[in-house]
Design a protein around this ligand. Sequence first.
Ligand SMILES: Cc1ncc(COP(=O)(O)O)c(C=O)c1O
Ligand SMILES: N[C@@H](CCCC[NH3+])C(=O)O
Length: 477
Amino acid sequence: MRAHEAGVLHADGYGGPPIYLPFPDDVMALTPALWSRTVRRRDDGVLEVGGVSVLDLAREHGTAAYILDEADFRARAGAFRDEYAAAFAHLGGADVYYAGKAFLCSAVARWVMEEGLNLDVCTGGELAVAQRVGFSGERIALHGNNKTLAEIRQALSYGVGRIVVDSFAEIERIVAVATELGVVAPVMLRVTVGVEAHTHEFIATGHEDQKFGFSLAGDVAFNGVREILAHPGQLRFLGLHSHIGSQIFDTAGFETAARRLVRLHHRIADELGCAAPEIDLGGGYGIAYTSQHTPLSTAVLAEEMSHIVEQAFKTVGDGSLDDVPRVSIEPGRAIVGPAMFTLYEVGTVKPVTVADGHVRTYVSVDGGMSDNARPALYDADFSVTLANRASSAAPLVVRVVGRHCEAGDIVVQDEWLPADVTPGDLLAVPGTGAYCRSLSSQYNHTPRPPVIAVRNGESRVLIRRETIDDLLGLDVG
Ligand SMILES: Cc1ncc(COP(=O)(O)O)c(C=O)c1O
Ligand SMILES: N[C@@H](CCCC[NH3+])C(=O)O
């Protein structure tokens, strides 16, 4: 056995156990969970998505480029809509809000609308995208821990269906804007439920010591609801909201969150006489970034979440399920994450002798931390495959890096590629739909890559590639 055939251990992002990348039987094989549903490898080794080959995509649109599989996005959105509707039919029903922060542009907002989902926005900018495509205001939720008066005005003027309130100061601001506009603002209250979600600390939001929400402790959340109910002429209380974090694989955290939320919901009904019609359990469902990640299917997730809500309501009051409020959820990553991959071209390939004479091969691509900040921000893992040809070369563990002036500019920590990977090859990095374009930057004056949608053998530009002139145009000094 050659040294590299033993497989490789590397650190899991999110502080989990080390990940083992077993020696691949076939280095060109694709792990289905990592790829959108229309991705396939042709007999000549070329990757195809939506019936379009990556060779054509690279020729027509250049690299680096984000490639979005429209059919896959719609299918995942539809699965959330249908599975949650089915699983919650015997309770108060369920709504799905697509979390636009994961990735939003006009076309995606239109797809969300056409698939019958609602939309979660967290800035005036995201709301402007929704407004541009005529997304029904009633089906929009506005989030944010520091909403400006202008954003609250924008939201209430557009008639959003809910504003998720994050602080006492914000209650005052919404009351002021509602008074000014002569409207009643529908609001939910975001509760910090005190749950430590099993994910990276930067994307956990349910524990006490962070900026979001009203704490359960010290009756802060209860008093928040009391304050909302004190303004019936300006505020209409819809219910409680919790979001415990992102990239979560098991439902234990949701169970604790739901139990605590339901207890508070019940207490509000009991002590404040308000039977809130809704409850929101947030987003956060994890996806596979490497062959070692095994997310639950949407159907299983919906079943488990419905069971969790049912059990939580059975333990309060007389245990009746007659008045279970309508449940909503806010998945972002689980809908758009796997629907996109990033297509790069290989530049420099550099073998570097590291500890104990071991050689690590650094494969540089024409992008990096400006189009995918997640490895640098969260130690996140990604996978990669050779996309433009077949190869029978031996598998080699490589590190894929970007072209930025930063040693931590890593795209893929460790992954097997054929050892003959060479300048001019195309690489595809799957699972880049969520929080990659959204978190992208122009670091080192790098114009951002385009987002290209593919469907039924055709590709079209959703967001065009930035140019150096775009960047210079901002520089008016
Ligand atoms: C309030 C809220 N809802 C929904 C989401 C979407 O999370 P995810 O993309 O992990 O489903 C987030 C992001 O973590 C969020 O902050
Ligand atoms: N940006 C994070 C997720 C944050 C979710 C937003 N509340 C990530 O890429 O994993």
